[in-house]
Each structure stands twice: as structure tokens, then as C-alpha cells.
Design a protein around this ligand. Structure first.
Ligand SMILES: [Zn+2]
Ligand SMILES: [Zn+2]
Length: 131
């Protein structure tokens, strides 16, 4: 079960809607491949095919661009396969290309600058559940 979260800025009125976690109708990664972006989908498909005994972990995470301040939701995938080899998605900011960092707790946004005005006055709204 995932959560739907709206984050808004007290200063300039910016707001963003995010869908985080993973829905109960996609219990397996192979059912969620269409949610991956073009850069990581071929690698994931190959790994799943070559290593049917892999261990997988995946969910939508709130990611933050440390350079320009964008807040984005991205499907994070972590795979263990073979002799404890590890692969995980790496996401980059669509605007400036900087590597995105995950936001540890999307309900506590006070340390993140607003993507629009840069002030540290972001607030999460009520979280609702999505399937
Ligand atoms: Zn950026
Ligand atoms: Zn703002």
C-alpha cells in the first residue's frame, strides 16, 4: 500500500503531489517494469531474466535534487543476485543532471528548500492511501 502526499510551500504557494511506496496491485517488480524510466528498464529486465532467484525491493521514493531543489517521485529498485551482487537504480535531475538523493522522511520536509522560491518552509499535507 502506498501513500499519496501533497507538499506545499507557505511562502510562494508552490505545491507538488507525490505517490510514494508501492501499490498492492504490483506485488512483484516484473509487474512494475512499465513504471521504470527508459534508462534503467533494460538493465532491470536483463537482471530479472538472468537471475530468476534474485531478491528484489522496490518502491516510489521522494527524491531531492541537491543542486536546483527539484522534488520528484522516482521508482527505486534494489536487486540482489548471484553471489550477493547488488544493483540499484540511480536517478538524475531532469533539469540539471545532478544525482538525486532520497528524502529519508517525506513527512518531515523542513530541511528541504522549496523548488520554486528556495525558502525552507515546505509542509506536507495529509497523506492518503492509494492502492
Ligand atoms: Zn536539479
Ligand atoms: Zn516556495
Amino acid at each position: 500500500m502506498g501513500i499519496r502526499l501533497e507538499i506545499f510551500c507557505e511562502q510562494c504557494g508552490w505545491s507538488g503531489q507525490y505517490r510514494l511506496g508501492i501499490g498492492s496491485n504490483t506485488p512483484q517488480l516484473r509487474d512494475a517494469l512499465h513504471l521504470l524510466d527508459q534508462s534503467s528498464r533494460p538493465a532491470v529486465e536483463t537482471l530479472l531474466q538472468k537471475h530468476p532467484d534474485h531478491t528484489e525491493d522496490f518502491e516510489f521514493r521522494l527524491m531531492h535534487c541537491p543542486d536546483c531543489g527539484q522534488l520528484l517521485e522516482r521508482l527505486y529498485v534494489s536487486l540482489f543476485y548471484g553471489a550477493r551482487e547488488h544493483w540499484e537504480t540511480r536517478h538524475h535531475c531532469p533539469d540539471c543532471g545532478t544525482a538525486l538523493v532520497p528524502v529519508p522522511d517525506p513527512m518531515s520536509t523542513s530541511t528541504l528548500p522549496c523548488p520554486d522560491c528556495g525558502q525552507f518552509v515546505l509542509h506536507p499535507g495529509d497523506a492518503t492511501f492509494w492502492d
